[in-house]
Ligand binder design. Structure first.
Ligand code: SF4
Length: 270
């Protein structure tokens, strides 16, 4: 299982990545990969290195064991899988045959739903151009991460990719996105950053995103505020009470709470 609120299970057919844009700076998977390697999980060997005492991805991608790669084939219960939470399916160093293998398994398991989220939609476009025989199955949702206004171009590329359901993850949201054209987009996830070094996420950025979704008929899922200080309820914390404790009681959802304007936003696409 996973603690990601918008999915059921993670499926990592290969692991490893490299930092691409500001949303990657505090990549949770990068730290986790180093820990997994230290605990002897061989598939993570060589995927990270230390730079000035900090762990960073080094761009090496390793295929997981057959048992892990083939796992969805043996699960009969319809399950929602987040694909490659420890990598990017369309990373430039991922071997095309590995990507084809993932697509093949998704095609062979139409009882499951797969959520593919990439920061590299241009690379995905190249993949489909070069592998024009590949058929992307309807049970695989295609999504892009958009952490700030500079990354809005990824939505335009997403529109050109295959996928019955297309989605945008604005998490961690690092700045205002402004007016967005969500034509052809079915689902938007928003949220603030959590963990060590988490950056601020302002309520007006999330509210604006939610409003854009509502105006354009797009399902909106607010995952979490990340830091208790990002939560708009923080201003109601009584003097003498620890903010984290107050938020845990007032809004016990996700990390740092998840309520916006008095309610949870946990919509899914049809
Ligand atoms: S693309 Fe995703 S997995 Fe890769 S470094 Fe960025 S946040 Fe981490």
């Amino acid at each position: 299982m996973t603690n990601i609120e918008w999915t059921e299970k993670t499926w990592n057919a290969f692991v490893g990545c490299s930092v691409l844009s500001p949303g990657c700076t505090n990549c949770y998977a990068m730290r986790m990969a180093a820990r997994c390697a230290a605990f002897g999980q061989q598939q993570y060997d060589g995927t990270t290195r230390k730079v000035n005492g900090n762990t960073v991805w080094n761009g090496q991608i390793n295929r997981a064991s057959d048992r892990k790669v083939l796992e969805p084939l043996s699960v009969r219960r319809p399950t929602v899988w987040f694909v490659n939470s420890m990598s990017d399916l369309f990373h430039e160093n991922a071997r095309p045959e590995w990507v084809r293998e993932v697509i093949d398994i998704m095609s062979k398991t139409p009882h499951h739903t797969y959520q593919v989220l990439t920061k590299r939609p241009e690379q995905a476009e190249r993949f489909f151009h070069e592998d024009s025989d590949v058929v992307w199955p309807d049970n695989a949702w295609m999504g892009v991460s958009v952490e700030d206004a500079k990354r809005l171009f990824r939505i335009d590329v997403l529109r050109r990719l295959p996928g019955r359901i297309k989605f945008v993850s604005a998490e961690p949201l690092l700045g205002p996105l402004g007016r967005i054209d969500f034509t052809g987009i079915h689902w938007v996830i928003g949220g603030g950053e959590s963990g060590p070094g988490a950056r601020p996420c302002k309520v007006e950025w999330v509210r604006e995103l939610r409003d854009e979704c509502q105006h354009q008929g797009v399902a909106f899922f607010m995952k979490q505020w990340g830091r208790p200080g990002n939560n708009p309820l923080a201003s109601e914390c009584p003097a003498g009470t620890k903010l984290a404790d107050f938020i845990k009681t007032a809004d016990p959802h996700g990390k740092g709470g998840a309520m916006l304007d008095g309610r949870l936003w946990r919509e899914f696409p049809d």
